[in-house]
Design a protein around this ligand. Structure first.
Ligand SMILES: O=C(O)C1=C[C@@H](OP(=O)(O)O)[C@@H](O)[C@H](O)C1
Ligand SMILES: C=C(OP(=O)(O)O)C(=O)O
Length: 440
């Protein structure tokens, strides 16, 4: 149990609107962690500007350091000295310890990187991390020639002992429960002697934009990737170029703030909104427009304007499962039902998000039923309650969103938002200005 969990629940502030706020959102978790991995595997020193400093990215930075890279933080400008190219530089039998926290990107991106060293690397995380699916990516790393000891569980903890030099070639993976299995293998693929020919074999593939993000950052680092065939990616062997990159703001973290404009009326603006992006949050302007908002992108600033009236939606979110908790919270405050589809895989996120959302919405007096691949939410009159968050940052921000309209919402362990947005409470309060604090 973490210290923050022992703190009293956070009384989510209600708000009266109309809002008129500008919210500066820190860097993307997904981009920061991809850039960190590629910088650690690159030939020379690289720089990330506007990097996200949060639990997930700090776990990644520390893990890469224990694999031999060096990450120096100067505010949000991070300099990365790559891992030594010679995998034998840190010989010995003492396992390197990698604490993944609850970060999917750390536990799924680094086993293939660990295979490039010869030292045993032991991965572990908190109790909730130990139930997140890992099996297919571990099998793929085995197929690449590494030894993986996971006690046959297919979850954390496990130890990867690499061959040091990875031959590469053709590998199959079933990534139906997480796109991160594909991304984690592709990121290291250029460092394999024959590169990587990766084939997804499962029935569905979630979060395709995140795979496109992986392909885009690899190409930007000079790596040749052929993704012209469906569900097949070919990464050519070759050097990874050192880069000086600016990290886009985290659009999924912008989501609750943008939704607040729909709930309370008025406007919320997010500067630094990219014109083109592979982040799934790029779908937000369209999604929130369908739910009653008006989106305007001008000079790199996205402004979402709402009226206080929210419309329900029927939508397949398999490309953007990460924003499903926020959309579910918005749907609870809508004037018509919502059906979220295509997100069975979010049962393997920080917690079983379908179960957690159904339970907590019901606790607040709402109606939410799980389907095989999503949720049906029917608006009801809500009341305050103490909302459990299950170590899930997006459950906490979802509860805060509902709290804007429902007095007496208390968020357990709001500190869990530090997984990707350490100052969530400060930013939320600042957005609301002098809005009324909710009763304890
Ligand atoms: O590659 C990434 O950075 C991510 C991929 C997605 O994972 P899943 O495919 O497991 O949903 C997403 O939900 C997660 O927040 C970040
Ligand atoms: C699913 C998420 O995280 P992770 O990268 O740990 O999978 C998320 O941030 O919503």
């Amino acid at each position: 149990m973490t210290a923050t969990h022992l703190d009293s629940p956070w009384p989510a502030p209600t708000g009266s609107g109309p809002l008129d706020a500008v919210v500066e959102v820190p860097g993307s978790k997904s981009l920061t962690n991809r850039y960190l991995v590629l910088a650690a595997l690159a030939e020379h020193r690289g720089v990330l500007r506007g990097a996200l400093a949060s639990r997930d990215t700090l776990h990644m930075a520390r893990a890469l350091e224990s694999l031999g890279a060096r990450v120096v933080q100067d505010g949000s400008d991070w300099t990365v000295e790559p891992m030594p190219a010679d995998a034998d530089l840190r010989p010995g039998d003492e396992p390197v310890e990698v604490d993944c926290g609850l970060a999917g990107t750390v536990m799924r991106f680094l086993p293939a990187v660990a295979a490039l060293t010869r030292r045993p690397v032991r991965f572990d995380g908190g109790p909730t991390a130990r139930v997140r699916p890992m099996g297919p990516v571990l099998d793929a790393v085995r197929a690449l020639g590494a030894r993986v000891d996971d006690g046959g569980r297919g979850t954390l903890p496990f130890t990867v002992t690499g061959p040091g030099r990875v031959r590469g070639g053709q590998v199959d993976v079933d990534a139906s429960v997480s796109s991160q299995f594909v991304s984690g293998l592709l990121l290291a693929g250029a460092r394999f002697d024959q590169g990587l020919l990766l084939r997804h074999t499962g029935p569905t593939l979630p979060s395709v934009p995140h795979i496109e993000m992986t392909v885009a950052v690899l190409r930007a680092a000079g790596v040749e990737v052929d993704d012209s065939r469906p569900y097949i990616w070919q990464v050519s062997p070759g050097p990874i170029a050192a880069r000086d990159v600016r990290v886009e703001p985290d659009l999924s973290n912008a989501a609750p703030f943008l939704c607040a404009a729909l709930v309370l009326g008025g406007s919320v603006s997010v500067p630094g909104w990219p014109t083109h992006t592979t982040q799934p949050g790029g779908l937000l302007p369209e999604l929130l427009t369908a739910m009653g908002g008006t989106a305007r992108l001008e000079d790199g600033v996205l402004t979402m304007t709402g009226t206080g009236e929210v419309r329900g939606i029927d939508v397949d979110l398999h490309e953007a499962g990460e924003i499903a908790p926020t959309i579910a919270a918005l749907a609870v405050l809508a004037d018509s039902p919502t059906r979220l589809r295509g997100i069975a895989h979010i049962r393997g996120h920080e917690t079983d998000r379908l179960a957690a959302l159904a339970t907590e919405i019901t606790r607040l007096g709402g109606q939410a039923e799980q389907t095989t691949d999503g949720l049906v939410i029917t608006p009801r009159l809500l009341h305050g309650a103490r909302v459990e968050t299950y170590h899930d940052h997006r459950m906490a921000t979802a509860a805060a969103l509902i709290g804007l309209k429902v007095p007496g919402v208390e968020v357990v362990d709001v500190g869990t938002t530090a997984k990707t947005l350490p100052d969530f409470v400060g930013m939320w309060t600042a957005m609301l200005g002098d809005a009324t604090p909710g009763p304890r």
